[in-house]
Design a protein around this ligand. Sequence first.
Ligand code: PXP
Length: 239
Amino acid sequence: MKRLGVNIDHVATLRNARAEKHPDPLNIAKLAIKCGANSITIHLREDRRHIKDLDFLKINKINKIPLNLEIGATNKMLKIALRHKPRFVCIVPEKRKEITTEGGLNVKKNKNKLSKFIKELNKKKIRTSLFINPNLLDIKLSKIIGTKCIELHTGKISNKIKKNKNYIKEFNSIKNCAKFANRIGLEVHAGHGMDYQTTKILSKIKEIKEFNIGHFLIGESISNGLKNVIRKFKKYMRN
Ligand code: PXP
């Protein structure tokens, strides 16, 4: 059975829109685990546009929540991770102006820096992962760098599937990458832009052990929860 990591960044986005306390990422993290999620992912961005330091600290304190902290490869972020030791760390590329993580890391260009980061995180027994594009060179380099896991960026295939375009080339590429990575001893994760259909399609690749899903999952939760919430309001209005 594959594991599902639920990315709750956009719970914080919604909370921040009013600068109030609701919805609370900590409560949603607890609820997601109770509902069967295997881990919680949060991206502590340099600009703190969604998840804030306090959210990270509160969620990280709860032992029952296996936390996957996404960070950019900066010394500041490394320091935070080493100090608070979340269960898992995934290093992602980060650009200030991007709306979301647009692609995988440039592993070749940042090999030395990433290698140093991974070594330090491994020393603290934190499970390490690199968010990369599905290509064999980045996988080979990731292995050399010493990461335990890789997460394959699924943005391209997700877009094709959503637009009803032919996605076979991307599917085969992800499949080959997952098989190769698995063969050389890396645990394979995947994520970005995934919805129900993408998940169904990519679940055919048995080497992928974990999916990390955020935006669509949180959006769907709003649609699915609406009926109950409206009923509750109507009940209060009867008094
Ligand atoms: N995995 C990683 C490494 C990410 O950076 C993100 C987005 O922040 C996701 C998965 C989830 O992507 P989405 O929100 O599109 O489901």
